[in-house]
Every structure is written in C-alpha cells, then in structure tokens.
Design a protein around this ligand. Structure first.
Ligand SMILES: [Zn+2]
Length: 144
C-alpha cells in the first residue's frame, strides 16, 4: 500500500468509495469524477503503478471483474455500450499511479470517440516494419 495513493485508500476503506464489486485481488468502485454515469474503475488491491507491475493473478482478477461488471454497469445506467480500457503510463493519460481499468458507459449520441482516437493520427508502417515490430513484441512477451 502507498500511503498517499487514493486508490489504496479506497481499497483499505480509509477513503470513502462506492464499491461495486470485489474479489481476492481486485476491487471495483465508481469513479469520483465520472466521464459518464456509471463510470467504474477496477484496481488491483495491491499498489501497482503500471499494468505490467501487477502479477498475472492480479491482472486476471482485474479483468475478471471488468468482464462481469461491464454488462451490469451498462444495465444500471441504461447505456448502449461501454468503452473499456487502461491508460497505461502518464503519457497515455494515466492520472493516478495505481493501475486501473476503466469501464465507461456509452450512449448513442454522447459525443465521445472510440479508443482509436487515443493514440492520435495513424502511422504509415510498411509490412517489413510490422514484421519487425511483431518479432520484437513476441521476443519480449513475458506470460507468467
Ligand atoms: Zn495505490
């Protein structure tokens, strides 16, 4: 636990939070500053700054909650869909340094965009470059 982390505070019950789901390794609660009604955050119980800092077990626990909660969140606020994602690192927009998955309910005509807009404009990449990147990723993957 990090003493100045608001998400650790919510997990520990020291900061009020609207808990909507939990399991052995993860907790879900409503975002205090929601982008939409029902906006839910899912965090590992342990303080893990980035997604890759969490263990495989913790990551599975987070996404297990996401899987179960996405339809429940949509139903609760009568949403038409949801955007699910992780801002992994400050450059990606991560604001609290305790990794968290977002479930953001989406509504027809809400004016939001798809997750594709998150990275800006699309790069021009040759087949050779795509092959090289795929090789680099495959060589670096660390499935536990
Ligand atoms: Zn924390």
């Amino acid at each position: 636990m990090s003493s100045d982390c608001p998400f650790c505070g919510i997990v520990a019950g020291e900061i009020p939070g609207r808990i909507v789901g939990e399991n052995d390794h993860a907790v879900a609660f409503l975002d205090a500053n929601p982008m939409a009604p029902g906006h839910t955050l899912v965090v590992p119980r342990n303080h893990r700054e980035r997604l890759a800092d969490a263990t495989s077990e913790e990551t599975q626990a987070v996404f297990s909650l996401v899987h179960g909660l996405a339809p429940a969140v949509e139903a609760a606020v009568d949403a038409d869909g949801a955007t699910v994602g992780v801002n992994d690192g400050s450059v990606a927009g991560q604001e609290v340094p305790h990794t968290h998955a977002h479930v953001i309910p989406r509504f027809a005509g809400d004016g939001g965009g798809s997750i594709h807009v998150a990275a800006g404009s699309r790069p021009e990449l040759s087949d050779a470059k795509l092959d090289e990147i795929a090789s680099e990723i495959g060589g670096a993957s660390n499935d536990e």
